[in-house]
Ligand binder design. Sequence first.
Ligand SMILES: Nc1nc2c(c(=O)[nH]1)N[C@@H](CN(C=O)c1ccc(C(=O)N[C@@H](CCC(=O)O)C(=O)O)cc1)CN2
Length: 288
Amino acid sequence: MPAQLLSGRPVADAVFAEIRPRIAALREAGHPVGLGTLLVGSDDASAGYIRMKIDKAEELGMTAPHIHLGDDASQAEVEDAVRALNEDPEVTGVLVQHPTPPQIDFEAAMLRVDPDKDVDGLHPVNMGRLALGMPGMVACTPAGIERLLAHHGIEVSGRDVCILGRGTTLGRPLALLLSQKRPTANAAVTVVHTGVPDWAEHTRRADIVIAAVGVPGIVRPEHVRPGAVVVSGGVRYAGRRLLPDVDESVAEVAGAITPRIGGVGPTTIAMLFKNCVDAAERLAAGGA
Ligand SMILES: Nc1nc2c(c(=O)[nH]1)N[C@@H](CN(C=O)c1ccc(C(=O)N[C@@H](CCC(=O)O)C(=O)O)cc1)CN2
């Protein structure tokens, strides 16, 4: 039987349908809802993603102030730009597009983002909130994966979920998220990585395998149990071409699988806007 395709597009549409009336209500009450973006350098792919985010923000009825710095921008210029976005009352969410040019310390720049406007959910304060189960901004790709599984009726609670990869933007926050006590989470989570030579022993036992490494094609049919659910979360980009962690041949053994295009990616973008609206509502209510 062919694997069920876990498309991210209807998931993203559902999130957008949820936030549209919330954006309208905020605007009607005179509250700002704005995604402030910072692009550093002239990478074509990054410029394309920023354009897509600005267009989507405007289509949703949000404002989208943007700062673009050149390839030779200094760390101080980047941090000044982040400060300007933090302080702009029209901006309820701040995003620094990754990657930045080599002279820029991206993590140091992220530390300057106001945690209550950190719509990428990457600031240590938000990671700490996630670890403690406190309300806060959750990194967009992990949040999108939880939402994608729930949308497609994939039971996570009580099941063995194996995450391949422990990176700070995906594997690590996803492990925290899916082990939380919540109907769409509540899983027995195992995290494996390059320090575990027999990682496939773990992925082969799992009900749900989530690849989060950024090594194209690393997950192959022999690494998953027949009938398992497989999510390709980690990607590497060759320019704008997306190279997923999960080899296409895995669809021959999986019970359900995300498609190469239109899987986790669209849910990441949707959760970015959801974070932005959550932040706007918290700010409108007078605090974090
Ligand atoms: N500050 C950030 N920088 C980057 C992020 C991020 O989430 N925050 N992610 C990526 C780029 N990115 C968004 O910025 C992004 C790229 C692609 C997609 C997407 O939906 N891709 C499509 C495939 C398109 C194609 O190959 O034709 C898909 O998955 O279906 C979403 C987000 C790096 N930087």
